[in-house]
Write a protein that binds this ligand. Structure first.
Ligand code: ZN
Length: 697
């Protein structure tokens, strides 16, 4: 078979929306290779001719960035939603070169020098704030990539990054290996007493995969592993206390001994990160991490964590006492231990808030939920959303296309919605991604900046027969969440592509607009406004709504305290810990647990050895971001509550302000400045504590 010439490759067609329906796996390798060669040539040319001006440095850089982002974005998107072996192989084959080109551009000395000269030159003061911020960030990112280092320092920096990458991979492999190495095989029916049907089925399937060919959900054998989908239901439901203890102990000592011992890797990782930070001029790795975040400094993060800790600690103690009393009343004579908490917490939840997701589904058919969501967007932000199926090429017949416009009818943006789960070809989870970003470098036919286009991808229950997709409540929350991200991408007013939409937004602030939208799912008028039975049209019963709200704050103190524990340990290790000092990493963990855990920690607890978020993932000195962003979103929502959620005119007024600040400014200003311009002050923790019932309303 002959290959199509590059100019006929639909992947490389730069006109308008991507041709999702035409792109085939066989287009990926030739298309990407041609594009990469072209861009590498452009980068070289730019390095020779770059000038320290906006049009001589930043614009050509944005053109290259945008072209690569858009084409490679199509491939990445299809890998996520229309995966098959040929596509995956093509993706893997070109990915290293894409990464290489990115690194080459990020470490380009001539570009860096041009950006610095622009930043220090006469043109800078005359640039718009968004442009100045783009230049500042281009310089900052180059500095953090080590471009400013010379000689020995430069060499050492490269060696550190290489060793860190290896150590992080080893850390993650150790966790995988240790997880795989452990299994609890159960053969007696009484051993699995309490496990729900779905967990039994999963455990039997796991046993079959491990060689027990005849395993069934009903007769076993059942295999429980340390993988979360297997472990969590076991800890929550296994009636046999001794088995829960075994599992719990195995879980908290994972990857802490033998061939997959991470306890030796952690001090090395921390020492290298501290050295990396020092080379770049920061006092600690935490300070380096915060250089790119909204949180101004370590002290500010610690203040926020301490405020939340004080409030949640009291609640968590109360919740623990409650659980103790409950377990006792149900016949547990032993002192409440770690392996009892999840178990009794589930029993108490069932007693108090029992409702099943199945009771709720009939009230959430997708078309009604979308109607409710779009109406909310119209009420708050003054945007109109209309279905536009057929106006864009899609990758699956279930994908919908929508157009977003202003109340005046002026087109603003568009988005794809790929709602249903398709396990055979689509990645799990839900996400928002940019398809095209707003930018005046790529004007539309009418001469206006290119309008943003978003991907909203969910994995909800597909329609069955003539029935529409009936969504679980958490699927509804997820859709609102992703739509919130989408709004920030689509309602941007920034015309400079490198700072429009969600680009350039500090990492600890990106979940603000998404979590903000989730809050509306608990707003009576909003939810009851659209939740109607798909057959009878009856509204969602009040009692069910009340249970939903009560369940949200169930054990809120304990849940928050646990997240804070992770965040505080992370910061301690990346800010104050001295790998050559007297205190070990486990001493640090123990010290933190004294004030951020209500049940004394097991002396043999080695959870740090499987804390992949901070030792193998991107959360190093950033775990606090979960809470930081939650504080922002709750505080933003509180602005609407303070205005009075029943007052339509006030809601509209606050909604427009939110749109013109949080949604419109995106990454063109510092996130703190954006938040302050919406709220009139810096964020406070009070609203989040109130939301979870941790202080009086
Ligand atoms: Zn999110």
């Amino acid at each position: 078979m002959s290959q199509a010439p590059a100019d006929a490759n639909p992947l490389l067609d730069p006109s308008g929306l991507p041709r999702f329906g035409d792109v085939r796996p066989e287009h990926v390798e030739p298309g990407m290779r041609a594009l990469l060669a072209e861009l590498a040539g452009e980068l070289e040319r730019l390095e020779r001719s770059v000038e320290p001006t906006w049009t001589g440095a930043v614009e050509p850089f944005e053109r290259m960035y945008d072209r690569l982002r858009n084409v490679w974005g199509v491939v990445g998107h299809l890998v996520g939603v229309k995966n098959d072996p040929a596509l995956r192989a093509a993706h893997e084959a070109v990915q290293p070169q894409v990464v290489m080109l990115g690194i080459r551009a990020a470490q380009s000395r001539p570009l860096y020098e041009a950006f610095v000269a622009l930043q220090k030159g006469p043109e800078f003061a005359a640039l718009e704030p968004a442009q100045r911020r783009i230049v500042d960030i281009l310089v900052r990112d180059a500095v953090l990539a080590g471009v400013g280092l010379e000689g020995e320092a430069k060499q050492r920096f490269g060696a550190i990054l290489t060793e860190l990458a290896e150590l992080q991979t080893a850390f993650s492999n150790h966790v995988l290996d240790a997880t795989k190495a452990y299994a609890l095989l159960l053969r007696d029916r009484d051993e699995v007493a309490g496990l729900p049907e779905s967990a039994l089925a999963l455990a039997a399937q796991s046993a079959r995969e491990a060689g027990e060919a005849g395993a069934t959900a009903e007769h076993g054998p059942w295999r429980i592993t340390l993988d979360a989908p297997s472990l969590v239901p076991a800890l929550e439901h296994l009636a046999r206390r001794d088995l829960r203890e075994k599992l719990y102990r195995a879980h908290v000592t994972r990857a802490s001994s033998g061939e997959s011992d991470n306890s030796v890797l952690i001090p090395r990782i921390l020492a290298l990160r501290a050295e990396e930070a020092r080379l770049l001029g920061f006092p600690s790795y935490a300070a380096l991490s915060l250089a790119t975040k909204m949180a101004p400094d370590v002290a500010a993060v610690e203040r926020l964590q301490e405020e939340l800790r004080r409030a949640s600690y009291t609640a968590a103690r109360r919740e623990l006492e409650e659980l103790r009393a409950f377990a006792q009343s149900r016949g547990q004579s032993e002192e409440l231990a770690h392996w009892d908490v999840a178990y009794w917490a589930e029993r108490l939840r069932e007693e108090r808030y029992a409702y099943s997701e199945e009771d709720l589904r009939p009230y959430f058919p997708l078309p009604r939920v979308l109607e409710g969501l779009f109406e909310l967007a119209s009420k708050l932000f003054g945007v109109r959303i209309r279905p536009a199926d057929g106006e864009a090429s899609v990758w699956h017949p279930d994908v919908h296309f929508f157009r977003v416009s202003d109340e005046s009818g002026e087109p603003l943006a568009a988005f794809y919605l790929d709602p249903y789960s398709r396990p055979a070809e689509k990645r799990g989870g839900a996400w928002m991604d940019e398809c095209l970003g707003r930018s005046r470098l790529f004007p539309d036919a009418d001469g206006r900046p290119r309008r943003p286009v978003a991907h909203l991808v969910c994995n909800q229950t597909p329609p069955v027969g003539a029935k529409p997709s009936l969504m679980s409540f958490s699927e509804v929350e997820t859709l609102f969440h992703e739509f919130g991200h989408g709004l920030q991408h689509m309602l941007t007013r920034v015309d400079h592509g490198l700072a429009s939409g969600i680009r350039n937004i500090e990492w600890d602030a990106v979940e603000l607009p998404s979590q903000f939208m989730e809050n509306w799912c608990y707003h009576r008028e909003t939810l009851l406004g659209f939740a109607r039975h798909h057959e009878t049209g009856a509204p969602l019963p009040d009692a069910l709504f009340e249970k939903l709200c009560a369940a949200r704050t169930y054990r809120a103190g304990s849940v928050m305290l646990r997240q804070l524990f992770f965040g505080v340990v992370d910061l301690e290790l990346h800010h104050r810990f001295d790998p050559s000092g007297a205190e070990s990493i486990f001493d640090v963990e123990k010290r933190v647990a004294e004030t951020t855990a209500v049940l004394p920690r097991l002396p043999e607890d080695r959870f740090l050895c499987s804390f992949s978020h901070i030792f193998a993932g991107g959360y190093a000195a950033g775990y606090y971001s979960y809470k930081w962003a939650e504080v922002l979103s709750a505080d933003a929502f509180a602005a609407f509550e303070e205005a009075g959620l029943a007052d339509a005119a006030r809601l509209r007024e606050i909604g427009r302000r939110y749109r013109e600040t949080v949604l419109a400014l995106g990454g063109s200003r510092r996130a703190m400045e954006v938040f302050t311009s919406f709220r009139g002050r810096e964020p406070k923790t009070e609203a989040l504590l109130r939301l979870y019932g941790l202080i009086a309303a």
